[in-house]
Design a protein. Structure first.
Length: 252
C-alpha cells in the first residue's frame, strides 16, 4: 500500500514561504517513526517500506521553498497493517515537521500497479543509494564510475533478496539499473539547454549529529526488475538499494 501525501504552507506565502533546509531527510524519517508509534518495532530492522523525497518545492541556497501551492511525498509499505496505522496517526497529527507551518491536507491510497510481463522498469522517485562495504568501511557506488555496473546490480539484487527473506517470501528476481538510460544520458546533452548532461547522481545530506556532516552519493537512474509479479510489486513498495526507510530508493 502506498500513502500519497499532499501538504500546504499555512504561513503567509510569498517571500515568507516556508523553507525546508536541505538536510530534511532525518526530520521526515523522524516524523514517519513518530506516526508509527512509541511501540514502533521497525526501527533498526530491515525496512519493508520506502520513503520518497519532497516534491513541489523551489530550490534556493537555503533549501526547498514551499509556497501556498504546497508539495507532496509518499510512503509505501509492504505491511498493510503498518500502513493503516501510519495513515490513522497522520490524520490526527498533520504537522509535517515540528514547529513548522507545513500541514498535511490530504492523503490518498494507491495500490501497486499490476506488472505486464516478467520485466518492469521503475523510475527513481528518490535517489537510489548503493553501498559497498570494503574493509569495514561503507562506500557509495556511482553509476557514472567505470567498472561499477556489475557491482551495482549485484548489490541491488542482494538487497531485494534480503528484504524478501525478511518478509518470509520466496526469494526470486533480479534488479539492475537501466544502463541503456545511463549510457544515453551520459553521452548526450539529455535534451537540456546549454549542452549540459542530464545528472545521473545526486549528493544528499543526511546529518543527525551537528558536529559531523554526512553526505551520500546516490543514483538517479531507473531501476529494472525481473521476476514474478509478486516480486515486482514488492520492489515497488519497499524500494531499491540501501536506506529506503530514510528517503532513498523509493520507486514510481
Amino acid at each position: 500500500m502506498r500513502l500519497m501525501f499532499s501538504f500546504v504552507d499555512q504561513g503567509k506565502g510569498g517571500k515568507d514561504a516556508h523553507v525546508v533546509d536541505w538536510n530534511y531527510l532525518p526530520k521526515l524519517a523522524g516524523r514517519l517513526h513518530r506516526w508509527m508509534g512509541a511501540d514502533n518495532a521497525e526501527h533498526g530492522k530491515v525496512s519493508l517500506y520506502s520513503l520518497s523525497t519532497l516534491y513541489g518545492g523551489k530550490a534556493s541556497k537555503d533549501g526547498l521553498r514551499f509556497d501556498k501551492t504546497g508539495g507532496s511525498f509518499f510512503i509505501s509499505f509492504y505491511d498493510e497493517v503498518l500502513a493503516k496505522k501510519v495513515l490513522d496517526a497522520a490524520m490526527h497529527d498533520r504537522r509535517l515537521f515540528d514547529l513548522a507551518e507545513l500541514y498535511i491536507d490530504s492523503i490518498q491510497i494507491r495500490l501497486p500497479p499490476q506488472p505486464k510481463g516478467e520485466r518492469t522498469t521503475y523510475m527513481a522517485a528518490s535517489p537510489v543509494l548503493v553501498r559497498e562495504y570494503v574493509d569495514g568501511k561503507s562506500i557509495d557506488l556511482s553509476c557514472e564510475k567505470d567498472g561499477c555496473q556489475e557491482r551495482c546490480d549485484t548489490i541491488l539484487t542482494h538487497t531485494l533478496h534480503t528484504r524478501l527473506k525478511h518478509a518470509g517470501l520466496p526469494v526470486d528476481g533480479k534488479v539492475s539499473f537501466d544502463w541503456n538510460y545511463a549510457l544515453r544520458y551520459a553521452k548526450s546533452a539529455g535534451g537540456q539547454k546549454g549542452g549540459k548532461k542530464f545528472p545521473l547522481t545526486k549528493s544528499m545530506e543526511y546529518t543527525t549529529d551537528p558536529k559531523k556532516q554526512v553526505w551520500h552519493l546516490a543514483n538517479l537512474v531507473p531501476v529494472v526488475v525481473e521476476g514474478s509479479p509478486e516480486t515486482q510489486k514488492f520492489l515497488w513498495l519497499v524500494g531499491a538499494g540501501h536506506s529506503t526507510g530514510i528517503g532513498f530508493g523509493a520507486l514510481r
